[in-house]
Write a protein that binds this ligand. Sequence first.
Ligand code: SF4
Length: 75
Amino acid sequence: MPVGLAVEVTGNTWRMRGTDHMPVRCAALTGKIGERAGCGIYEWRPNPCRELEPGSQGCDRARARHGLPPLQPPA
Ligand code: SF4
């Protein structure tokens, strides 16, 4: 994890910088949400990011926070 992208919460818990800000924006996020965005540390992203499945309820909630509709399954 690049220095400065994570913030210590407790002794063994860290969060991505920016995920506790309003509006939420992870410091590793690149691009513009809703147009073209990506993870700047994709290969090193933390476990919660790896576990979030596209189209899951968590994904839909995150999209809704940015005014985006749920993902549609491929036709
Ligand atoms: S996938 Fe990358 S940009 Fe998205 S929250 Fe995780 S670390 Fe940040």
